[in-house]
Write a protein that binds this ligand. Structure first.
Ligand code: KPL
Length: 307
């Protein structure tokens, strides 16, 4: 028997995960957007790499009472990082005692927010390098990667790993969740702003020596910020991981590029600009991350037709 899973945020990644879990027979309930739903169910279609489609109807939690009554063992959090505070308030009311929240989000600081809201023992990470996008109300495959699950307090997540693996994802249990988070932050600090500024799919960056040179500087800066947070990250190995993700999600348009194209706020504050803030606060600097971050902020402000 699989654990019951609440998927909070049914955007591209949350939608893909919810769809694949439900199709595999895992009991799933969804929470869309800010937590308020229009109907009782959400019909989701996910189109895989070979064009095959999964169609599922996922029950929606209209409010936190529905989620509480569903009694999930896990909430997978897949909302934008700037909605984390709102989601913490929601989960405090929606989760029964002992249920855990697992952040699949991009960005630095999401785990800490969940830990503060629910307690250290009830927050975990699911570092995810899968790609997805939404077109014409359909969730589209955007590349495969892995989901590394880890609980800083050492809680056993193997039942969650089994459920996610049954849905066709590569899952790994990690005893270094903070290292996983920082390596993923490096991936996103490289791929997301560069693809958003250059307006190219992820794999295109591999063809540009200039973009790859920038990537190496970004990885060095993220490694410094990680070290300032007590996490040792090997810049050479991490740059290799970044290139692997560029390749595996080659045709995907990063979430930041998708956000800019749709006129939405991006997650740059929790990525490049957070790295710059951490380094500056320690008397150091992260000039490349800061510049990329400010460029993306300036692009957010441009009228949509220019984006
Ligand atoms: O996390 C992603 C994102 O776009 O936000 C990657 C893994 C880079 C896929 O595009």
């Amino acid at each position: 028997m699989f654990p019951r899973i609440l998927v909070v945020g049914l955007g591209a990644l949350g939608g893909r995960i919810a769809c694949q879990l439900a199709a595999a027979g895992v009991p799933v309930m969804g929470v869309s957007g800010g937590g308020a739903a229009d109907g009782d169910v959400k019909d989701l279609t996910y189109q895989g790499p070979d064009g095959t489609q999964l169609h599922v109807s996922i029950p929606l939690a209209k409010d936190h009472h529905d989620a509480w009554n569903f009694n999930p063992s896990y909430a997978l959090v897949a909302v934008k990082s700037y909605h984390s505070d709102q989601v913490c308030d929601y989960l405090l009311k929606a989760l029964q005692e002992g249920a855990m929240a697992v952040t699949l989000q991009n960005g630095i600081g999401n785990l800490e927010k969940l830990q503060r809201a629910l307690g250290e023992d009830r927050a975990a990470v699911g570092v995810c390098t899968y790609g997805a996008s939404i077109r014409d109300h359909k969730v589209l495959w955007g590349g495969d990667g892995e989901i590394a699950l880890g609980s800083p307090s050492g809680r056993d997540l193997s039942d969650l790993a089994r459920a996610i693996a049954s849905a066709g994802f590569n899952v790994r249990l990690s005893n270094d969740p903070l290292g996983e988070l920082w390596r993923k932050a490096a991936v996103n600090c490289c791929i997301n702003p560069l693809t958003a500024i250059l307006r190219v799919p992820n794999g295109r960056l591999l063809k540009s020596p200039w973009a790859l040179e920038l990537t190496e500087s970004v990885v060095r800066e993220v490694s410094l910020a990680a070290r300032l947070n007590g996490v040792d990250m090997d810049p050479v190995r991490t740059a290799g991981t970044v290139r692997l993700v560029m390749e595996a999600t080659g045709n995907n348009r990063s979430s930041m590029l998708q956000d800019l194209e749709a006129g939405r706020t991006t997650e740059i504050e929790a990525l490049s600009l957070e790295v710059a803030r951490i380094c500056t606060a320690a008397g150091s600097d992260a000039p490349v991350c800061r510049t990329l971050g400010l460029l993306v902020k300036a692009m957010e402000e441009l009228p949509k037709e220019n984006n």
